[in-house]
Design a protein around this ligand. Structure first.
Ligand code: SF4
Ligand code: SF4
Length: 190
């Protein structure tokens, strides 16, 4: 007769490990096996996975390339793109730019597909998401352009961006970009 606490039981005259004890040994062996195998997970945020080339991250906006056609606004299924007027930097451009709500974006990429190749103002970055304690984040065109330039300057690739922390940086850079556009529109004359 065996009890639950016994490690060995007698079966047909031979002593064997009880069910509980053999289960324990099997699980210890499985643990030992994974101890020597390479890790299938990444120690985020200390290690970052390389994302596929076609990864659809947070949208970037090249304000200098935008021709203000509005095709992206029509393509957006979630109404997170808006028309704004701004300095007219080129006689062939209407002085129309695009504002963006990154926290409402679906990352679907329909606006990128709609953006005419002659412009190529929109693309996906490898920034995974924008996180914020704010219910709604709205980027005026110069702020969106500032975010785009800061990605490279600050190395925000393959990561989520904490908007509450970087907001002052984006606002400061946006002022520089707006000034740059105004100077371009007046040809440097005040
Ligand atoms: S990725 Fe999709 S949801 Fe986001 S702005 Fe473009 S069209 Fe709209
Ligand atoms: S589709 Fe491209 S070029 Fe046209 S307004 Fe949108 S971002 Fe600018």
């Amino acid at each position: 007769m065996s009890t639950k606490t016994e490690k060995f039981v007698e079966v047909r005259g031979r002593w064997r490990l009880s069910k509980g004890a053999s289960g324990l040994v099997r699980s210890l062996l499985a643990t030992a096996e994974y101890f020597f195998k390479s890790r299938p997970t990444t120690l985020y945020p200390y290690e970052k996975n390389k994302l596929p080339e076609a990864f659809r991250g947070v949208l970037t906006y090249d304000i200098e390339k935008c021709i203000g056609c509005g095709a992206c606004i029509l393509a957006c299924p979630n109404n997170c793109l808006y028309r704004r007027s701004g300095p007219k930097t080129d006689k062939n451009k209407p002085g129309v730019y695009i504002a963006f709500e990154p926290t409402h974006c679906l990352f679907c990429g329909l606006c990128v597909d709609a953006c005419p190749p002659v412009s190529g103002a929109l693309s996906h970055s490898s920034v995974i998401s924008i996180v914020s304690s704010k219910k709604k984040v709205m980027w005026e065109p110069w702020e969106w352009a500032a975010f785009t330039e800061l990605i490279k300057e600050k190395g925000w690739e393959y990561d989520a961006v904490d908007y509450d922390r970087v907001e002052p940086l984006i606002k400061r850079k946006a002022e520089e970009i707006k000034k740059r556009l105004e100077e371009k529109s007046t040809g440097g004359k005040k």
